[in-house]
Design a protein around this ligand. Structure first.
Ligand code: UD1
Ligand code: UDP
Length: 380
């Protein structure tokens, strides 16, 4: 049987790959050999554990304060050695992290076809998000099969000259992952959060980590959160802090010790999605959270100037607000006190998927390997 090798290394890739790995493992067509780079460690292992994924191979590349070049070179080196003894028939990479692009490049150098999951997202600005916009464009140059989550991402690929026959719109597998946890009321490990859930208090859920926001912009986010906490004593701000010390050093000093701010370690996926469902407002610079929160009907304020995910902006559930301190305070205040504005954003929309992306992905890989017919696409 052909060997398919999913390669991933960070939390969001692990979440979005988990349903695909499960579907590949259940498929009668392939052997599935899971390789992780370990670009993230705790945040990767946390996801794999929840979804019951045991990697067959782990490059274990993480170094504290790692540079982009170190992630790239250590991944390519590690895969180079692995492919010398263990050459898959096809690799599957996801999204736009440096693990993902390094995986694609290493496979390309070994003549292994690359399947790109979540292909075709474009912000239109090479430097924002950095380095993700460049990463995904590079992977698009190399991939044999482009699995676009939506018709918007397919159109981006077509505009860049990718052959229509090599693109399949699958929906985003983040929705498959979300549907495994949503509505299950998974208990919070932290008793503070369980108490908060029972209290019925309004929650502002915040996540931040983007490289281009680190430094002054992130310190401004911290100051904005402190002002919101002081002005709204009934509101509770919940911030599951990314493991990156650079993020923590920028955001936490302004808010630590405030009675209505709860800073936690990264939440296990099921706990995080429960917190999303409980939240009144979501403030984030995350890609995945922008995709999940709209399907739960949560107003999302995105701390970026652009997005490669315009679908929920067009639907009115997501607003791009940048990282200016005044603007963050103003937009949260408006959602808290202007009911009409809140209601107009709190729409449950599902532009990103229907929970069948992993099924379509496996079928598309089978078609690539001449093991099945071309499938009908998401949204058709
Ligand atoms: C990476 C991805 C980004 C993705 C994000 C998801 C790149 C260039 N960046 O950014 O696209 O949106 O993951 O979260 O691929 N750390 C730990 N343990 C962990 C995870 C991180 O200690 O489990 C710390 C390390 O000090 C590390 C730092 O966080 O040096 C940054 O991690 P890194 O993967 O380089 O970048 P992210 O900002 O997480
Ligand atoms: N997430 C999680 N625990 C947390 C915060 C986020 O499981 O404490 C999940 C979230 O549901 C989403 C993903 O992590 O699916 C987003 O990861 P991140 O923001 O790190 O990366 P991005 O999506 O921006 O690349």
């Amino acid at each position: 049987m052909p060997v398919v090798m999913p390669i991933f290394g960070t939390r969001p890739e692990a979440i979005k790959m988990a349903p695909i790995v499960t579907a590949l493992q259940e498929s009668p067509h392939f052997d599935c050999f899971v390789t992780v780079t370990g670009q993230h460690r705790e945040m990767l292992d946390q996801v794999n554990e929840i979804f019951g994924i045991v990697p067959d191979h782990d490059l274990n590349i993480l170094k504290q304060g790692q540079s982009l070049s170190a992630i790239m070179t250590r991944t390519i080196d590690g895969l180079d050695m692995l492919f010398a003894t263990n050459k898959p028939d096809v690799v599957v990479v996801q999204g736009d992290t440096t693990t993902s692009t390094a995986g694609a490049i290493a496979a390309f150098y070994h003549g292994i076809p690359v399947v790109h999951v979540e292909a075709g997202l474009r912000s239109g600005n090479l430097f924002s998000p950095f380095p993700e916009e460049a990463n995904r464009k590079i992977t698009s140059q190399i991939a044999s099969l482009h699995l676009a989550p939506t018709s918007v991402s397919k159109a981006n690929l077509l505009a860049e000259g990718v052959n229509a026959a090599d693109i399949v719109v699958t929906g985003n597998s983040v929705i498959d992952a979300l549907l495994t946890t949503v509505g299950k009321d998974i208990p919070f490990t932290d008793p503070q959060l369980e108490e908060l859930a029972a209290s019925g208090r309004k929650i502002l859920l915040v996540t931040t980590h983007r490289r281009e926001n680190q430094g002054d912009a992130m310190r401004g986010v911290g100051r904005a959160l402190a002002r919101i906490a002081d002005a709204e004593p009934e509101l509770v701000i919940v911030l599951p802090a990314h493991k990156n010390p650079v993020v923590r050093e920028a955001v936490l000093p302004a808010i630590e010790g405030k009675p209505n701010v709860v800073v936690t370690e990264p939440l296990a996926y099921g706990e995080f999605t429960r917190m999303l469902a409980l939240a009144h407002i979501v403030l984030t610079d995350s890609g995945g959270v922008q995709e999940e929160a709209p399907s739960l009907g949560k107003p999302v304020l995105v701390m970026r100037d652009n997005t490669e995910r315009p679908e929920a902006v067009d639907a009115g559930t997501v607003t791009l607000i940048g990282t200016d301190e005044e603007r963050i305070v103003k937009e949260v205040d408006r959602l808290l006190h202007d009911q009409y504005h809140f209601d107009s954003m709190a729409n449950a929309v599902n532009p990103y998927g229907d929970g069948k992306a992993s099924e379509r992905t496996v079928a598309a890989v089978a078609h690539l390997l001449n093991l099945g017919d071309r499938i009908s696409e998401f949204g058709q």
